[in-house]
Design a protein around this ligand. Structure first.
Ligand code: DON
Length: 568
């Protein structure tokens, strides 16, 4: 297996190529896995990675490049890139100062606890996912303006301009993208009163050009008026009008009130490394740290990559972490979350006291702990580093692929269906099978719990890894596996990102795994220990950067998507 991964990695390096300017000087290098000296962007699309790198080459820092990449993703990767959604961004300066910008969406003021239930108290199928009512107040634009004003070097107009040009001039769609647009065609037509740019008379083919004029105009308003170009004025009026048409409840007042916030990152030590990640309202960081601390006392390295012992230990830790998620985690501005206690070493060792090394503990026997004193899917992660040493790890989403597929009429962008990330009814699983209760109930102006886990790893105070992933509930378990692939199993970053993955989330009580991620002998052993195992399609899509011993930077774009590394 490892040999195969090694072979794949070598092939991929060979595929990396240099892009030349007219006078034939290499401008930047790109490919799934590349090694460069200066700056690097790894994102879900070639266009957005190139745009980010050009901003670095113009003298912008990693934050300028991240903002340019985020706006570019809203154009070239409408499956998840967005201005109608939200996300989390982790920033680290060359001096090691870290910050999190939380630009997660918020429930509109008219939202209420039982808004997705029918008269008999049952969940109305599809209401929190496929209607205007599934949209929360978008956070991306405020988040980008906020982070840029705090850390950016280049003028905002310069950073957003490439996205405007991309929307206006268009770009060739990839094969996968053509499939995405074609398979969502019926839904786009049903849910919109006009034909969005994503709907063509004929079917999409690889290389067809997608032009988005309305989106270009919206981006220009953001360029010219900043926050007001989106949260008030024409764009806000168009959003409110779209909401009225489809019985949604986001109002101009909700938009005016939206503010992204800075939060203090979470830190944890793991085998001599420092993990830096995001706090609530994402559950991702807490789950990641819980998994690292629960598995820390065990000999993963000796047991080996995805051996029965390794998979069993990790699955047991995952059950316990997701059980805690269901009980304790939500928006910290609404619920009192015992964060320190949940990631406390003693608490977590105690949590694992019921771990039986010989057999699986059924999820029904695992309850949330008692600390003293909580996903077709598409999200997208990008990682950026500049020549100065600033780094950005950001995950952004509309929730589903294309969100709720509603395009704001005349504004050209898709709306999120993030309200489904709330627990719409206690114990009722959301689209990722996640259950929750009071802590993550729907309340006006509350942020819904996320699993997004943009993270970084340091060794001896120096940055080593920048990484994150989409994948709903599988995000923190994916990030966890890539980290241990590097730290425990000694893989290089390309191997670590592309190695097979598995996932357990307490409920449902099963291990899902990618084809070939666990070999047949290990699968048999795990079954005999009491596990239900289910093969599934790919898990996560990691875009990562690793700083190599001599200071060079390796970008690894997951083969599971159209991801691309670009650097110089
Ligand atoms: O915030 C969350 O956890 C989800 N809305 C993320 C959705 C996602 O990752 C879908 N991607 N595959």
């Amino acid at each position: 297996m490892n040999k195969l991964i090694g072979l794949f990695f070598s092939l991929i390096i060979l595929l990396a190529c240099s892009v030349h300017s007219a006078n034939e000087k290499p401008v930047f290098t790109e490919g799934p896995i590349i090694i460069v000296d200066s700056g690097l962007v790894v994102s879900a699309h070639l266009q957005s990675s190139r745009i980010g790198v050009r901003i670095l080459q113009k003298g912008g820092n990693a934050i300028d490049a991240a903002v340019a990449t985020e706006f570019a993703l809203a154009v070239c990767y409408p499956e998840a890139g967005n201005i109608g959604g939200g996300g989390f961004m982790l920033i680290r300066t060359p001096e090691g100062k870290t910050d999190v910008i939380d630009y997660r969406e918020k429930a509109p003021a008219k939202a209420s606890r039982n808004m997705y239930l029918d008269g008999s108290g049952n969940v109305s199928q599809g209401l929190s996912t496929g209607t205007h009512l599934s949209s929360a107040v978008p956070g991306t634009v405020d988040g980008m303006i906020n982070v840029h004003s705090k850390y950016g070097r280049l003028p905002f107009s310069e950073v957003i301009q490439p996205a405007i040009d991309l929307a206006e001039k268009g770009f060739p769609v990839s094969e996968r993208q053509a499939e995405d647009f074609n398979s969502n065609r019926k839904t786009f037509i049903e849910r919109n009163s006009f034909r969005p740019a994503f709907v063509k008379d004929s079917t999409w083919k690889k290389g067809d050009i997608l032009i988005q004029r309305d989106l270009a105009e919206t981006l220009k308003r953001i360029r010219d008026y900043g926050r007001d170009g989106f949260y008030s004025g024409k764009t806000a009026r168009l959003i409110a009008k779209e909401m009225k048409r489809g019985n949604g409840i986001v109002t101009e007042q909700d938009l005016k009130e939206y503010k992204s916030v800075s939060r203090i990152p979470l830190n944890a030590d793991y085998r001599g490394y420092r993990i830096i990640t995001v706090p609530p309202p994402s559950s991702g960081g807490i789950i990641l740290i819980q998994l690292l601390k629960m598995t820390d006392p065990y000999k993963l390295k000796e047991w080996g990559f995805n051996s029965p012992e390794t998979v069993h230990l990790i699955a047991e830790a995952e059950k316990r972490a997701f059980a805690d998620r269901s009980e304790y985690l939500g928006d910290p501005e609404f619920v009192n979350i015992p964060v320190d206690q949940l990631i406390n070493k003693k608490y977590l060792l105690n949590r694992m006291s019921t771990y039986n090394e010989k057999e699986a503990t059924p999820s029904e026997n695992i309850k949330p702990g008692s600390p003293e004193g909580y996903i077709s899917e598409e999200t997208t992660h990008y990682s950026v580093i500049d020549k100065y040493g600033n780094a950005v790890s950001a995950t952004t989403t509309l929730n589903n692929t294309f969100g709720n597929s509603v395009v704001v009429d005349s504004a050209g962008f898709l709306l999120n269906n993030q309200m489904d990330d709330f627990s719409v009814k206690p114990g009722f699983p959301n689209m990722y099978g996640l259950v929750g209760g009071e802590a993550n109930s729907v309340q006006p102006r509350k942020r819904m719990l996320s699993s997004m886990s943009p993270s970084m790893v340091e060794k001896d105070g120096k940055l080593l890894l920048v990484l994150g992933s989409p994948g709903g509930s599988t995000i923190p378990t994916t990030v966890f596996q890539v980290i241990i692939n590097v730290l425990d199993f000694g893989m290089n970053i390309g191997q670590a990102v592309n190695a097979g993955r598995f996932h357990h989330q307490w409920l449902p009580d099963l291990i899902s795994y990618e084809k070939n991620a666990i070999d047949s002998v290990a699968l048999k052993k795990l079954k005999s220990m009491g596990y239900i195992l289910q093969e599934r399609s790919s898990i996560g899509s990691v875009n990562a950067i690793m700083i190599l011993p001599g200071g060079k930077k390796a970008g690894a774009a997951d083969k599971r998507g159209n991801n691309s590394s670009c650097g110089y």
